[in-house]
Design a protein around this ligand. Structure first.
Ligand code: ADE
Ligand code: ZN
Length: 335
């Protein structure tokens, strides 16, 4: 094992961009389909894996929404979340901030509480049993209208103690952040932290809108911000975190080769880049695989790997004391 591979495994990590529905592995998809009496348009796990060949974000989203159709009961959401947390715990992930898409479930007749209770019970159990901490971020689907997002926010208000923030995901092109200006304003007024996918496929202007119209606390992806020097300056000045997802960028054809990945350029430009898996069951790897694939392609220095991992805790929505404790623990492992 190389020194960097050992470092990647050993470092404590925080994952702050993971869609829980995107951690649904094909074998779990099949077992849930069976127990819920759902017929999938695939004959085998191998068949599903063969379909994971995407040309862009929309190609992936079509399969992602189809895959999540097997999630029906609180136990399904519990099992999904527990499996993800146990998996990343083995990679030395100590803190996670988990996105979920209630509108993808409400539309199929699954109750908001069915989903939320399953997720939060798994989070509580794993924190108690393993010491891994997690928070939930509820995402609005941007291909739907703002009125639908408003109704979803209404449902979340009774559960503010279990949801730390709101986000914006799904089809980016044609759905700029400004479409959600009012619902994000209300979410902020209600005390939620704010994130939005921006600059994954969309232009730098969408990143400006996420900052200036929505007032987000972090940008999810942000890759295309590098096309705009004034935007890079702004992101650096604000110490705005970017939750970058290397294997996702490769599999969704944002880049054609990992050697072209912009994360090193982000660090060089003084940006607070972090490494995350996005939808690990669909993109071929969890946290450590994202780091090691980057490392092999870009030849990262040990300082760069350490910086990226430390940024994950810096950018996390932890309270002041928990963040300080996490950073102290991090620093003690690299001495
Ligand atoms: N939903 C799940 N994964 C996503 C991604 N990478 N971009 C936008 N929406 C998503
Ligand atoms: Zn994402």
């Amino acid at each position: 094992m190389t020194a960097n591979a050992e470092l990647i495994e050993r470092l404590p990590k925080a994952e702050i961009h993971i869609h829980i529905e995107g951690s649904l592995e094909p074998d779990m998809m099949f077992s849930m389909a069976r127990r819920n009496g759902i017929t999938l348009p695939f004959n085998s796990v191998e068949d599903v894996k063969k379909a994971y060949n995407f040309n862009n974000l929309q190609d992936f989203l079509d399969l992602y929404y189809q895959g999540m159709s097997v999630l029906r009961t609180e136990k399904d959401f519990y099992d999904l979340t527990r499996a993800y947390l146990e998996r990343v715990l083995a990679e030395n992930v100590r803190h996670t901030e988990i996105f979920f898409d209630p509108q993808g479930h409400l539309a199929r007749g699954i109750g908001f509480e069915t989903c939320l209770n399953g997720l939060s019970r798994a989070i509580e159990d794993c924190e108690r049993e393993y010491g891994i901490s997690s928070s939930l971020i509820m995402c609005f689907l941007r291909h739907l209208d703002e009125a639908d997002a408003e109704k979803t926010l209404d449902m979340a208000l009774a559960h503010k103690n279990r949801i730390i923030g709101v986000g914006l995901d799904s089809s980016e092109l044609g759905h700029p952040p400004e479409k959600f200006k009012r619902v994000f304003r209300r979410a902020r007024d209600e005390g939620f932290l704010l994130v939005a996918h921006a600059g994954e496929e969309g232009p730098p202007d969408y990143v400006w809108q996420a900052l200036d119209v929505l007032g987000v606390d972090r940008i999810d992806h942000g890759n295309r911000a590098l096309e705009d020097a004034a935007l890079v300056k702004r992101l650096a000045a604000d110490k705005m975190a970017l939750t970058v997802c290397p294997l996702s960028n490769l599999r969704l054809c944002g880049i054609s080769d990992m050697a072209d990945h912009p994360i090193q350029r982000m660090l060089d430009a003084g940006l607070m880049a972090t490494v995350n898996s996005d939808d690990p069951a669909y993109f071929g790897g969890y946290m450590n695989e994202n780091y090691s694939t980057l490392d092999k392609a870009l030849g990262l220095s040990s300082d760069e790997i350490t910086r990226l991992a430390r940024n994950g805790f810096e950018a996390a929505f932890l309270d002041v004391d928990a963040k300080q404790a996490a950073l102290e623990e991090f620093d003690s492992t690299i001495k």
